[in-house]
Design a protein around this ligand. Structure first.
Ligand SMILES: NC(=O)c1ccc[n+]([C@@H]2O[C@H](COP(=O)([O-])OP(=O)(O)OC[C@H]3O[C@@H](n4cnc5c(N)ncnc54)[C@H](O)[C@@H]3O)[C@@H](O)[C@H]2O)c1
Length: 285
């Protein structure tokens, strides 16, 4: 069940903007036929127009991922348009922050509904279509570094993103016999401009501080995440399922750093052999 033949049918949620749009664009540029799902019909239509103008085979399907009927209708319409999906990316997510003591039940419910229940509803609909088609496939779910490192003011978001990781692991186990792989991408801070619910804190001092705290010393780009998703959904990732791939410039690799006050490298070990026994190759070879 090879994954790399181009012209595959791909479905991406939350694809009108941000990471979802970058992911949809990556697959479209590779020659796949991409169905873009999003709750925001206007922005979706604008993004689809731009992609079509660039010569790509794409179509937009407005849907709220928390609406069970709308999701299954949109997936069915996408399958009718482009054929059985081989790749599905559950990316739609929101992050309206509030400290726990100030968090209303409505806010909590919306975050869990969009991020976690939306992932369930979409991957269930697309998973059923993949199983019916019998050609295998690859599903990728969007989590976040917040699945393993807590973030003050974002309990609902962190809980939803941790939930996605465990959900995807179980789905990977259940769909493995059908040749369907399920993986998770966990981005660190990716700056692609304004984000719904976060205002413009993603630029300016905060963004600079995040970049400085990242070992690769730069902010992530949407294309970094798109590349990781593409890899997981390709033959190169053919034996990867149930995995979580951090795309974060090593910002989750560790926390503490011990200052090094030395100014020079440690001296090289002294070669104690007589000069006649030394060769250009290192001792012992
Ligand atoms: N940008 C980052 O730094 C970052 C880091 C880690 C994880 N993520 C995750 O990546 C995903 C995309 O993030 P982003 O930065 O591109 O966000 P974004 O706000 O720029 O885009 C999200 C898209 O999802 C759509 N959407 C929102 N609610 C929806 C719903 N109910 N149904 C369908 N579509 C809906 C929005 O209309 C929007 O087009 C999210 O799941 C987010 O949690 C982002």
């Amino acid at each position: 069940m090879t994954m790399d033949g181009r012209g595959r049918a791909v479905v991406v949620t939350g694809a009108a903007d941000g990471l979802g749009l970058a992911i949809a664009t990556r697959f479209a540029e590779l020659g796949d036929r991409v169905a873009l799902l999003d709750i925001d019909g206007e922005r979706l239509a604008a993004s689809v127009r731009r992609l079509r103008a660039a010569g790509h085979q794409v179509a937009g399907f407005p849907a709220d991922v928390t609406d069970e009927t709308a999701v299954s209708d949109a997936v069915a319409a996408a399958v009718e348009r482009f054929g059985p999906a081989r790749v599905a990316v559950s990316n739609a997510g929101i992050a309206p922050n509030a400290p726990v003591l100030d968090c209303s039940k409505a806010r909590w419910d919306r975050v869990i509904d969009v991020n976690l229940t939306g992932t369930f509803l979409f991957t269930r609909a697309v998973g059923r279509a993949m199983v019916d088609a019998g050609e295998g496939g690859a599903i990728c779910c969007m989590s976040s570094g917040a699945h393993r490192l807590g973030r003050v003011g974002a309990a609902a978001y962190c809980a939803s993103k941790a939930g996605i990781v465990m959900y995807a692991k179980v789905l990977a186990m259940e769909l493995g016999e059908h040749g369907i792989r399920v993986n998770v991408v966990a981005p660190g801070f990716v700056d692609h401009g304004y984000r719904e619910g976060l205002g413009d804190f993603v630029s300016g001092d905060y963004a600079e501080a995040m970049a400085a705290a990242t070992p690769l010393n730069r902010r992530g780009a949407a294309t970094d995440v798109a590349g990781a998703v593409e890899y997981l959904c390709s033959d190169a990732g053919g034996y990867i399922s149930g995995a979580v791939l951090a795309v974060d410039g090593a910002s989750s690799a560790g926390r503490f750093h011990i200052p090094w006050s030395g100014t020079e490298r440690d001296p090289a070990p002294v070669d104690k052999r007589p000069p006649t026994e030394r060769s250009s190759s290192p001792a012992g070879e």
